[in-house]
Design a protein around this ligand. Structure first.
Ligand code: SAM
Length: 540
């Protein structure tokens, strides 16, 4: 496949792997205590933040929306948009690679951009996401008036490149609007309600589509040369008998097949998004002024209605949304108001001066943006985090602040390639879960096996099954460094008793601990493979 070449391209391909995993540190919790675990506002460079999210969210994000710096060579009040062209590509590549890792198999990514880098970004995203996963380019009408001071053209639009993780992604149809319904009318007072005159001709040759039909006034009609009726003569007569054919107001026009409003479904998204439907730059600037009347306004926000349209097409309530160039917090605010879970990452000070207060206002029921349209009354919560120390130091030693759940996520990710969900094992015990690997099937944990429908999936063939245990932070109650995290005979007995109560006691065990006091025969008899912390935990 043809690819883009630029200075330092090869180095850019190694960047993501070299970024150390860091701890996420909770600075504050806001709103409802339970809901605050769902939503995360992270202040920090998104490269490090995305890497920090991987063990917990790999393959779990349903929709990624990013509005990265367009590289317009401007210096905006809150961030710099002036990179050398190759540097911009080297900045984007590792971030797109990590974003792809976080995207779920049924997820999509939406990236706004303009002509400065848009066509290069398309080629880059083809390489990262696969050309076959390119969905479309949306044109967003950002300007609502011409800019006569422009030297060449006054630019009216931005692009939004849309990619899916897998080629079979289908957008969610949009609810019909008064405007989309207004083109339907009912000039003949049809009992079935308003309708549109539909094209009577087929797009392709149709063997039963060549005949002459006589209308109510005796006028005869044939399809134009080279074209065909779209229904057979019998079907046309049947439709006519049912009042479903329109012959014009005086009955002597060519037949049209009526398409009733009551029978058409929701709307397939289109690629041109007008300012009247989703707002313009002026709309978002007004939204900013209403949110921050006293603060320096954020200069490049997107309108809330634009984000609402993206999330309506790409997510259902409860799905996880990620924006790693959060700016003033629009994506998080809209996701929150729409009942989606969200993660927002912003490296600038405005994470604290704009995103945080904006999201606090959202929890309190802030009435601007899409609030009226969706009936937003407030509620929910979120955590505000920063990036902490690297989890592993240069020699692979684990940072003293690392807790059980964090190391568990690393062990699980390393062993299974998937994100760790604490609910998959038994909380408060060393059992992390039992991983089943099926032939030509995604890896499944025991809990998820039962959710696969036999109608949609061929019978999966089990390849292997392994149970994972972690001895760390004195999980068995013994916090003494030389005992609780060490595999001794007593600890092995406790693990085997626990293992006997799991859904697959026949599965062999992999046990991570700080030391092992047992001989190879004892381990083999117990079907245990021992792995050493920190040496057997991948630091990158
Ligand atoms: C165009 S703005 C996003 C505006 C946003 N869509 C909104 O509605 O407010 C781009 C943002 O990306 C942030 N940014 C740039 N590089 C970043 C990085 N490496 N990590 C995190 N944020 C970054 C900038 O600070 C800026 O706030």
């Amino acid at each position: 496949m043809p690819t883009l070449a630029w200075l330092n391209r090869t180095a850019a391909f190694t960047t993501a792997a070299q970024v150390p995993y860091r701890l996420l540190q909770t600075v504050s919790r806001h709103g409802d205590a339970v809901a605050s675990t769902d939503n995360l506002l992270i202040q920090g460079d998104n490269l490090a933040a995305l890497k920090a999210l991987l063990p917990f969210y790999r393959g779990r994000v349903k929709c990624i929306f990013i509005d990265p710096p367009y590289n317009t060579q401007s210096a905006f009040e809150h961030y710099d948009d002036k990179l050398e062209h190759s540097q911009w590509l080297s900045m984007m590549l590792p971030r797109l690679q990590l974003l792809r890792e976080l995207l779920s198999e049924d997820g999509s990514i939406w990236v706004t951009i303009d002509d400065h880098e848009g066509h290069y970004l398309k080629v880059l995203m083809d390489e990262v996401f696969g050309r076959g996963n390119f969905v479309d380019t949306v044109i967003w009408q950002k300007a609502d008036s011409p800019r006569n001071s422009a030297r060449q053209f006054s630019s009216d639009h931005d692009y939004m490149l849309v990619y899916s993780k897998a080629p079979d992604w289908i957008p969610i149809k949009l609810a019909r609007t008064e405007e989309s319904n207004s083109i339907y009318s009912n000039p003949d007072n049809d009992d079935r309600g308003p309708w549109l005159p539909g094209d009577p001709y087929a797009n392709k040759p149709y063997s039963r589509g060549l005949y002459t039909v006589t209308g109510p006034t005796g006028r005869m009609f044939q399809p134009p040369p080279g074209r065909f009726w779209r229904v057979s003569e019998d079907r046309l007569r049947e439709l006519d008998a049912n009042g479903r054919i329109w012959w014009g107001p005086t009955g002597d026009a060519r037949p049209s097949i009526k398409r009733y409003l009551s029978e058409v479904g929701d709307l397939v998204p289109r690629t041109f998004w007008s300012k009247d439907a989703v707002g313009s730059n002026r709309t978002s600037k007004n939204e900013m002024r209403a949110l921050f009347p006293d603060a320096a306004s954020f200069t490049t926000p997107k309108p809330e209605a634009l984000l609402k349209r993206v999330l309506d097409i790409a997510t259902h309530p409860g799905d996880l949304v990620l924006d790693s160039f959060l700016g003033s917090g629009t994506t998080a605010a809209v996701a929150h108001k729409l009942g989606r879970r969200w993660i927002g990452i912003e490296m600038g000070e405005h994470a604290a001066t704009h995103c945080l207060p904006r999201l606090l206002k959202v929890i309190e029921g802030e009435p601007g943006g899409i609030s009226q349209a969706v009936g937003w009354q407030g509620g929910g919560g979120f955590r505000f985090c920063t990036l902490g120390a690297p989890i592993f130091d240069a020699s692979g030693a684990i940072h003293p602040e690392v807790r059980f759940a964090t190391l568990a996520a690393f062990v699980w990710q390393q062993e299974t390639g998937g994100a760790y969900d604490p609910a998959q094992g038994r909380l408060g015990t060393p059992w992390l879960g039992t991983n089943s690997v099926f032939e030509s099937c995604p890896r499944l944990t025991d809990e998820r096996e039962t959710q696969i429908s036999p109608e949609t999936t061929p019978e999966p063939v089990l390849q292997s099954r392994t149970a994972y245990y972690l001895l760390f932070n004195g999980i068995l109650g013994d916090k003494r460094p030389a005992s609780g995290n060490v595999l001794t005979r007593a600890v092995l007995e406790a693990l085997l008793a626990l293992h006997a109560s799991t859904p697959h006691p026949e599965a062999p065990l992999v046990v991570y601990g700080e030391a092992n006091r047992l001989g190879p025969e004892t381990l083999a008899r117990a079907r245990v493979t021992f792995r050493h912390i920190p040496y057997d935990v991948k630091a990158r």
